[in-house]
Design a protein around this ligand. Sequence first.
Ligand code: FAD
Ligand code: UDP
Length: 378
Amino acid sequence: MDLLIVGSGFFGLTIAERAAAAGRKVTVIDRRHHIGGNAYSADEPETGIEVHQYGAHLFHTSNPTVWEYVNRFTKFTNYVHRVYTTHKNVVFPLPINLGTINQFFQAAYTPDQAKALVQELAGEFDAKDAANLEEKGIALIGRPLYEAFIRDYTAKQWQTDPKDLPAEVISRLPVRYTYDNRYFNDTWEGLPVDGYTAWLERMADHPNIEVKLSTDYFDESQPLNKKDTVGQVPVVYTGPVDRYFDYAEGELSWRTLDFEQEVLPIGDFQGTSVMNYADADVPYTRIHEFKHFHPERADRYPTDKTVVVREYSRFATRADEPYYPVNTADDRAGLLAYRELAKGERDVHFGGRLGTYQYLDMHMAIGAALSMWNNQLA
Ligand code: FAD
Ligand code: UDP
């Protein structure tokens, strides 16, 4: 074995694929019973509808290198992601656009009029100086829209005062003064035509790659554990960085999700793939209806059944799957301490969403892995 990779998510698989193509023998271990990390999906058995098991995953990128790379393993549908939100029992389009603004104010503002209004409402903060999510949100869209669509949703999702969250979290959402309600701004987007798992399996399908599932790196009863491999073979580690160091610098805070899945005896529950719930009195953040991600599969998906998944968000304990880095000021200090510790680890390379404690989309995880391969490992 030339390289041991801990974690078979997009980061680990990209490194594995590149190393195998370069003639290296690679072993990938994962503590889960399947490959693919959080991008893994499976068909719901009763309906055959593909369900993303760890929350809906939409692929999008503006990076030509990443787009060329991912197209080696899958074709993409022409799905374009659009999200709606329910506030006080009325449905509005997201991200906040001219349609949302006019519906909210019951008005017919032109782009310039809407901009002038938002500027007036946002007067108290300047987006450039915004120190946290709340200031940034108000600076971008003004207090009334912030309170309707962002404040309570964010509080449900992060269970952290928006004043303690970094401004970047909200920068992910564009604000537009047109009626364009595409959720993403990227050049390319789509869903893998034959599903995420087929794509992930193709990345791992090489005689130089061995995959061992249900294998935890910290379980010393299995041979490829931390104690027996560090310093013996180069390691790419994509699990949680705080866990690697046995929480020596304290726990970094993560958010986890609970999914409540139901098969309903109706053809169409909500008419769209994702409906957010902006208000505090609804306990879940959003409902996914998976058949709408693949309208091109209409001839093989049932017309009298549908799969919906309610998503609830909460802080993760050590026993939960860590999904989103919360990234408070304390977390950032902790992360710096872990980065110092990481420098002392001989030939261990920390990568991916968990290994670097960063909010990485799939294209970012793949792009970062390609860079790590080219610049450090190759
Ligand atoms: P992961 O996919 O988390 O893989 C890490 C792997 O390491 C896991 O399989 C884990 O089991 C394994 N592991 C951890 N510890 C150990 C251990 N001790 N021993 C062995 N194995 C271990 N991105 C998008 O581009 N679009 C989206 O719409 C999108 N939606 C998302 C929705 C949710 C709810 C979440 C959580 C993420 C979403 N993402 C989305 C991000 C996407 O999941 C990540 O970019 C991608 O999974 C990152 O891959 P990764 O390899 O870094 O991490
Ligand atoms: N957000 C919000 N209201 C919404 C959708 C998003 O306030 O209806 C905020 C929220 O703080 C969230 C951030 O925008 O964490 C990024 O949203 P995105 O949909 O990208 O989150 P993800 O899909 O990664 O959970």
